[in-house]
Write a protein of this length. Sequence first.
Length: 318
Amino acid sequence: MLGFSGLPCHVHQTHAMSLTFGSLCPRLEDIDDAVFNDEVELKFNAYGIPLAYATAYKKGGKWVLPWPCMSFCEEPRKGLKAADIQSRREERRAEREEELEAVALEIQQRREEHRVQRSTLESFTLEACRSSVEHQAWADSAFRRRAQELATQALLQEEVVAAQELVAQEEASARRVHLELRTQEDATLSVMSNAAQERRHLQARWAQTMAAAEACAKGSPGLRSALAAAERHAAEQAKVARLRAQRCDELHAQCQRIAEETAQCQRHSEESLQLFAREAEDARWRRAAEEAYQTGQALEMMDFERRRMLLRRAAKKT
């Protein structure tokens, strides 16, 4: 059945539908951009009009065609052919390939940057692990040295305490000896004074006796024998006095010797105390120097850790 233009009636009906829904029907290039992809092939009728041209709407995020229609208002005016559509598809495919190549190149560049950053991070991590191991080893060695120093200090302290106890014992013995020496010296002085008094008394009595004996000897011969006995007794008393004086001298020499030994013990005790004081002072200075060295090492390690942290932050920022 032919219409008023000599074309089939369904053509007029399709044309009427296209005119009716003209406000809803997009252009061919819009439908081609939104609906058709590389797998869809356009089919044309005998008049060169695409059969799959219809109003398109969104369904599930994709353009769909609810019914087939034909448009006389767009296709004849645009005059687009399958070759033009195919060429445009080829152009779009080329553009997509270029975009994909650009994206692939960007992905490759990002992968390279990520690989460089990862290698840098791995190197920093390895350096951090190495420095941590070195720091741990240094801390262990410092702990061992500190333990040795503490053990040596404890032994030295024990030796100082023992020396102080020995010095205290020596001082106590020296005080006892000095007290005994003073006692013996006082006894010797008292004996010497008593001996001197007795000697003077005996000399006075001897002088009196001799005077009386001489006076009596002139008148009686028996008194001469008594005078001789008195002289013998006086000689014996003088001998006893000499022996007592000699004993007093020996005791005085012994007291002097004991005093010298006491002074020597005191000097030895003072020298021992000074020696132990010097050793304790040297140990204290050595310990202070070791602590200063350890403090310097710790400060250097903290400075190294801070610089490494700054480098790590700078690497993360880049």
